[in-house]
Design a binder for this molecule. Structure first.
Ligand SMILES: C[S@@+](CC[C@H](N)C(=O)[O-])C[C@H]1O[C@@H](n2cnc3c(N)ncnc32)[C@H](O)[C@@H]1O
Length: 209
């Protein structure tokens, strides 16, 4: 999400019917990065998104893959319990969706994936990062995108867990690389991956040597 939590989109519509990724509430906007990934990596590669919320960015990725007529494995990982209060506004942006499902938005996330036509194309792993990283072999992933909790310690933990899983030549990237709203993200990336670069709008990316 490039926007600050203070100007996040309305969350009241999270349970509305959807048929396309763009109908799904969320903050994702940098589709050109997904198109670059699909054009860069060989068919059969695996892409992992850590922090999927209701599936806006995940369904966009599946749509980009489908539109390109290419074959990739697309995995989304989320606790489905939200990030809790965070950011300068200390906003619990995912709270209403969590409450709607009685403590989990897993049903909404999966419904959105099914409604967008990606039931067989997208794999959802309800798990916490960095523990989820243990289920993947080192060097096996072409691209891991981090968009889970945004405090310094969480981002450092995510980077340390997922960087070994990325193959040589692969990408580790993340959302909300913006010092105004998410200083913990910028500090964590700077301290753990000094070679990472700003990417697109408010994203960061590390190209694994
Ligand atoms: C900013 S949202 C993701 C938005 C999504 N990428 C999009 O653009 O539509 C952050 C998500 O991270 C999840 N999350 C927070 N901490 C997590 C953790 N430790 N492991 C896995 N998911 C986590 C939350 O449940 C929430 O759904």
């Amino acid at each position: 999400m490039v926007q600050s939590p203070q100007v996040s989109p309305p969350q009241s519509a999270f349970a509305d019917e959807v048929s396309s990724w763009s109908d799904i509430p969320g903050w994702f906007h940098w589709r050109e990065g997904q198109q670059e990934a699909v054009a860069t990596f060989p068919e059969g590669s695996t892409f992992v998104e850590v922090g999927s919320y209701l599936g806006r960015s995940l369904c966009s990725l599946a749509d980009v893959v489908q539109t390109a007529g290419r074959d990739f494995t697309v995995v989304g990982i989320d606790t489905c319990r939200g990030s809790g209060a965070e950011g300068r506004a200390n906003e619990n942006a995912h709270g209403p969706a969590v409450d709607h499902g009685g403590g989990t938005f897993a049903g909404l996330l999966h419904r959105n994936i099914v409604s967008c036509g990606f039931a067989d194309a997208v794999h959802v792993f309800i798990s916490s990062s960095p523990k989820a990283a243990d289920f993947f072999v080192d060097g096996s992933l072409a691209w891991v995108h981090l968009d889970a909790r945004h405090d310094y310690d969480s981002v450092v933990g995510d980077i340390e867990a997922w960087a070994p899983k990325v193959m040589s030549g692969g990408w580790l990237s993340g959302d909300d690389y913006d010092d105004r709203y998410w200083p913990g993200v910028v500090a964590a990336v700077g301290d753990t991956l000094p070679d990472a670069q700003a990417w697109l709008t408010a994203q960061w990316r590390w190209l694994k040597p």
